[in-house]
Ligand binder design. Structure first.
Ligand SMILES: *Cc1c(COP(=O)(O)O)cnc(C)c1O
Length: 233
């Protein structure tokens, strides 16, 4: 068995176990294989093993891999997105997880209109309030979602967070629970054109806790493809 196959089976078994512990159905959770920095051959291998959801955090890399790989892949843009690069991906991504300002949403809406597509987005929330992280605040998340919902050709599908880097994943449980609470609060507001169905939280170090707290998308990179090497150029 290859390393990727072995890793995928482990991650899927862990997701199923976390679902069982929390009374959830495994079909509620989509595993996104975070393939940033990894070569196309590795993505191809994961694809051949059944992966159809891939996560990238850089526009140029996403576009290159999009061109090189089968068209039934769902590409998730999970990294900080600059407004001037939106035009390159609006018609290629399945979902943008990292929308944290109205200005960015307006740009996505504008480019989506030009290309006659509708883009699904998640509002990124900096739940832990870390200074180094992007994301709107807990206080502003609902109103940002509501403002975005009024724009054409963009649909708010849920929320995303990147939890702090911790040794013990239990420390992130409260942040995941908090995001879930904001999510439920927004559902109760019954806002037109918001279709809350996605809660993107949990990475290699903490996805089991995230699943227990209600994640519908987990973003796992290292746990599938191994450590990333960032080579200086
Ligand atoms: C890189 C990245 C991940 C995956 O991180 P791992 O710890 O390797 O699983 C998940 N989410 C985002 C936003 C990332 O940038």
């Amino acid at each position: 068995m290859s390393v990727i196959q072995d890793n995928l089976e482990t991650v899927k078994a862990n997701i199923d176990a976390a679902c069982a512990r929390s009374g959830r159905d495994g079909s509620e959770v989509t595993l996104i294989a975070v393939s940033k920095t990894k070569p196309v051959e590795m993505l191809r291998e994961a694809y051949d093993l059944g992966c159809r959801d891939f996560g990238e955090n850089k526009v140029q890399e996403l576009v290159q891999k999009y061109d090189a790989l089968p068209k039934d892949i769902r590409w998730h843009m999970i990294g900080h997105l600059q407004r001037n690069k939106v035009k390159y991906i609006v018609d290629k991504v399945y979902m943008i997880h990292s929308v944290d300002s109205l200005r960015l949403a307006e740009e996505i809406s504008k480019e989506a209109c030009k290309k006659n597509v509708t883009v699904s987005v998640l509002v990124e929330v900096n739940v832990a309030g870390e200074e180094s992280k992007f994301g709107t605040t807990v206080q502003e998340a609902a109103s940002l979602a509501e403002d975005i919902s009024k724009l054409p050709n963009i649909v708010v599908k849920g929320l995303m967070t990147i939890a702090p880097y911790v040794e013990n994943s239990e420390e992130n449980r409260l942040y995941f629970a908090r995001l879930k609470q904001i999510y439920v609060d927004i559902i109760h507001k019954n806002i037109d054109n918001i279709c809350m169905e996605g809660l993107s939280m949990g990475m290699t170090g903490d996805y089991e806790v995230a699943v227990e707290e209600g994640a519908t998308y987990i973003r796992v990179g290292t746990g599938i493809f191994g450590e990333r090497q960032y080579t200086a150029v």
